[in-house]
Structures are given as C-alpha cells and as structure tokens.
Design a protein around this ligand. Structure first.
Ligand code: GDP
Ligand code: CA
Length: 348
C-alpha cells in the first residue's frame, strides 16, 4: 500500500513516525506492506556560513532515524556548540540561530554533495542511507525556493522589507506583523523527481498536522503539485494542526492571520478546499481534501465540513507515542481514522 504525505518539520515528522510505527505493528488495511513517501517542504531552507541548511528535511530525517532532540523537536541530542562559538569569535553568525556541531556535520555533508553537482533529491537520498528512516524522503523540489516575509520598515523607501522566513520565525517569534509571504523562486520550481508520481500513484495521501501556510501551503504552491493532488485517484485526508482554535505548538496562527484565514480547524479545511465542491473563495475546483480529522474540541465543525463534501471525523488529535489499552497510540488512532475516511469514500 502506497502512502504519501506532504510534510513540514516537527508536526510532519512526528506524525510520519507514528504512522510508520503503527503500520509496522498493526499492518495496513489491505494487508500489504506499507511504502511511505514523504514530500518535505524546502521553503525554510537557508544558506548559512556557506552551508545549505534544510530545517524541515533534517527534522523529518532525524525524527524517523532516531537522531532527534525529543524535547526540542528539532536538532540533535547531546549537542555542543564549539563551531558556532568559533564563528562568533570571528564576528560571524547570529545569536538567534543555533547550529550544533553534530547538526553542522549534516550541513557540511549536504553542501559537499550539492557542490559536486548532485540535486537536492539525490543528496537527501544519500544522507538518508545513514539514518534509515524507513520511508522514502523527497524534497518538494530540487530548485531552491525560500520563503520570505514582508514586514514593515519605516526606513525603506517602500515602507517594507523582505526578511527570510527563519529570521521572522526564530528571531522574531512571528511577532512582527507580516504583510505577506513571498516564496522566492517558487514559480520557476519544478516538483523533484518522483514527487508527482508519489501523489498520483498513491493509495492514500495524508496531510499530517503541518503548518498549512508555510509548510503544506508552500509544497502545494510548487507548479504541478496542487494539480496532482486534485487529480490523484487516492483519497486525500488531512489532520488538523489547529485544536480548539490554537496551534499545538509554534505560531501557525500568525501565518494563518497573514493570509486572512481564521485559526480554526474548520477554516483550515475550507482553505485547503474540498475536492468535491468548488470552494467559495476560488473559481474552480482546486480543493485538495476528501477528508479532515478534527480534535474532539472541534466536533461541531464536522457537519459543516460534510456539507461541503469533506468527510470529517472528530477524535483526540494530540500526538503521542504511548500505546493505550487498545494497543494503539494516539497517532495510530488518527491513522486508522484516516483509513476509515478513505474506505467510506470508496463505498460512496
Ligand atoms: P515546523 O516546520 O517545525 O513548523 O512543523 P510543521 O510544519 O510540521 O508543523 C507544525 C504544526 O504541527 C503546528 O502548527 C502544530 O500546531 C502542529 N502540531 C504539533 N504537535 C501536534 C499534535 O500533537 N497534534 C496536532 N494535531 N498538531 C500538532
Ligand atoms: Ca518548517
């Protein structure tokens, strides 16, 4: 059974790990082995000290490979900062962006391979050989397309300036009012080899609880990807990253506000749109969802989503790795709910 996910960093990584482990323990609904492909956002990528840093790819790779700092959700455990301290001694780098020594090893390895002329998708595959994530990791694109944020700047002639997403997110904690997001290079980007096939030839496509704007939204913006999502014969089921009107962690609410979408599980589903009905905010049917899982706190949204052709289910959406009395983890129950939604769609 082929399962494809479009993922950002921490939310995407944890959900994918829960999915992989759940299927290893309980199998797939059709009893075949699971082939999981994760298409990862590269909009957060950045050049630092001449090194290519791919935060979401690394978070997914470390999380699935058993090398993640669990408490932090990103980076490696047992890190040191000797290289960063040396760089600071030369007046390089920023206080707000931590790069541990072990993590830097990954960036050096990646950059070395990119410098040899290998595309990011091949580099990602080679880095993953060490981590054995148990899934196929694909960057959304081999072409760089970095998210920038337009913020107010009284000293600039235009009254605004663009800063890299990481500066807005990490340094300013998304507290600087953002006028818009600009994905530099996105229009000329192409899906990385294998991405469109992974979507159109999947049996199930999942949107994990990743940031709907700057993670999944960026992936869907790569020319051809949204179209593949509308065209695939697989069911597309998403998990809400918004529970009871707030993100579980991070500042996804600031991103949603910037693009004029309310911070609620229902509004995010409407923003993704139904594959069955034209969305009220778009002229054609460009919606990507067949199904949407909301938290119990948002159960009142289920009926309204069903009215626009999105099969919705309410269940606890806090991810956890501890099995409950039924032997399933919280994430495993979400996975089973997604299978249920897909099966319900097949019979209607
Ligand atoms: P980032 O790139 O590290 O910001 O990670 P993602 O794009 O994958 O998404 C982070 C999103 O995951 C945030 O909006 C959180 O609300 C969501 N999230 C984190 N933990 C959980 C959880 O346990 N359950 C759900 N439903 N969402 C979560
Ligand atoms: Ca990210």
């Amino acid at each position: 059974m082929r399962i494809t996910l479009l993922a950002g960093g921490v939310g995407g990584a944890r959900f994918t790990r829960g999915l992989r482990d759940h299927l290893a323990r309980h199998g797939t609904p059709d009893g075949t082995s699971a082939e999981i492909t994760v298409v990862v956002n590269t909009g957060d990528d950045i050049w630092l000290h001449g090194l290519r840093v791919c935060p979401d790819l690394d978070t997914v790779m470390y999380t699935l490979g058993g090398g993640i700092h669990e408490g932090q959700g990103w980076g490696r455990p047992d890190e040191s900062r000797r290289v960063t301290d040396e760089l600071h001694a030369y007046g390089l780098g920023w206080d707000w962006f931590t790069l541990g020594d072990l993590d830097l090893g990954t960036h050096v390895a990646r950059t070395a391979m990119l410098r040899e002329g290998l595309p990011l998708s091949t580099v990602t595959e080679r880095l993953a050989v060490r981590w054995q994530p148990g899934v196929h990791l694909l960057p959304m694109s081999d072409q760089p397309c970095e998210t920038h944020v337009e913020v107010d700047d009284a000293s600039s002639p235009s009254g605004t300036r663009l800063i890299h997403f990481e500066e807005w997110w990490v340094r300013h904690r998304a507290a600087l009012p953002a006028r818009r997001f600009v994905q530099v290079g996105l229009d000329d980007a192409r899906p990385a080899p294998g991405v469109l096939d992974a979507i159109t030839r999947a049996d199930l496509v999942l949107l994990p609880p990743s940031n709907p704007v700057v993670s999944v939204g960026t992936i869907l913006g790569v020319p051809g990807i949204r179209e593949a999502m509308t065209r695939t014969s697989a069911s597309v089921v998403g998990v809400s990253p918004i529970l009871g009107g707030a993100p579980v962690r991070g500042m996804a609410d600031a991103c949603l506000t910037t693009i004029g979408v309310e911070t609620s599980a229902e509004a995010v589903a409407r923003h993704y749109g139904s594959r069955r009905e034209p969305s009220p905010t778009r002229s054609e049917t460009t919606g990507v969802l067949d199904g949407w899982l909301v938290d119990d706190a948002d159960a009142s949204a289920v009926e309204r989503l069903e009215d626009i052709g999105i099969t919705a289910r309410a269940l606890p959406l806090l991810m956890g790795d501890e099995p409950g009395a039924d032997g399933r983890t919280a994430t495993g129950r979400m996975v089973d709910a997604a299978f249920g939604v897909a099966a319900a769609r097949q019979t209607t």
